[in-house]
Design a protein around this ligand. Structure first.
Ligand code: ZN
Length: 199
């Protein structure tokens, strides 16, 4: 169980609470957070944006340059996205505390009004798993990574996580299955099923 008050100490939420759908999503986010197991990846610094596609695109136009990361591909029919950055992990593998790790979850509200609560909780659990899954992969394979040439580490990481797989490819589906399995491990089987059925 994760205490929501603790979680929001290191997780900022950017949203416009005057939108009813945003209010709904906020309370569903609380529910998901409370049900998470007390694991260390849920203690890293996070940012969660819950807004329309237009607003989210505007924010990412700034952040993309500020943080020098690609960000979500808004040409796709996105409902959610997670950008996880294991900062410092490849360069400084002696440091086991991931104080520099960051993730940003973007939830696009435009098409969520018609969705069930379970779908939305499944979506939130999926996006948190897009961080949790690679985080744990790094942790488990730390010793293997340490022995590799620094330049080879991100290549191996991409291979493990399939994070750069092309949408629609077999590899992409495998990536999504890995992520959904992580969400199920975290306790969200029913919600992931709802996400799959309504997608
Ligand atoms: Zn995904």
């Amino acid at each position: 169980m994760v205490n929501t008050a603790d979680f929001y100490k290191h997780t900022d939420v950017i949203c416009d609470r005057s939108q009813p759908i945003v209010k709904t999503i906020m309370s569903l986010l609380d529910e998901v957070v409370e049900r998470l197991p007390d694991e260390e990846q849920f203690k890293i610094t996070g940012l969660i944006v819950i807004d329309t596609k237009q607003i989210a695109m505007g924010l990412w136009n700034i952040w993309r340059h500020q943080w020098k990361i690609a960000g979500p591909d808004f040409n796709l029919d996105l409902v959610g996205n997670c950008q996880y950055q294991p900062a410092g992990s490849f360069n400084n593998l002696d440091k086991r505390i991931r104080a520099d790790d960051r993730y940003v979850i973007t939830i696009i509200v435009d098409n969520l009004e018609s969705k069930t609560d379970d779908y939305i909780k499944g979506l939130i659990a999926h996006e948190l798993s897009e961080m949790s899954c690679p985080y744990r992969m790094l942790q488990e394979n730390w010793d293997t990574l340490k022995k590799m040439e620094p330049a080879d580490r991100p290549v191996m990481y991409d291979k493990w996580t399939k994070a750069n797989a092309v949408l629609g490819s077999k590899e992409y589906q495998e990536h999504e299955d890995d992520i959904n399995n992580e969400a199920i491990r975290l306790g969200f089987q029913k919600e992931i099923e709802a996400l799959e059925v309504e997608n």
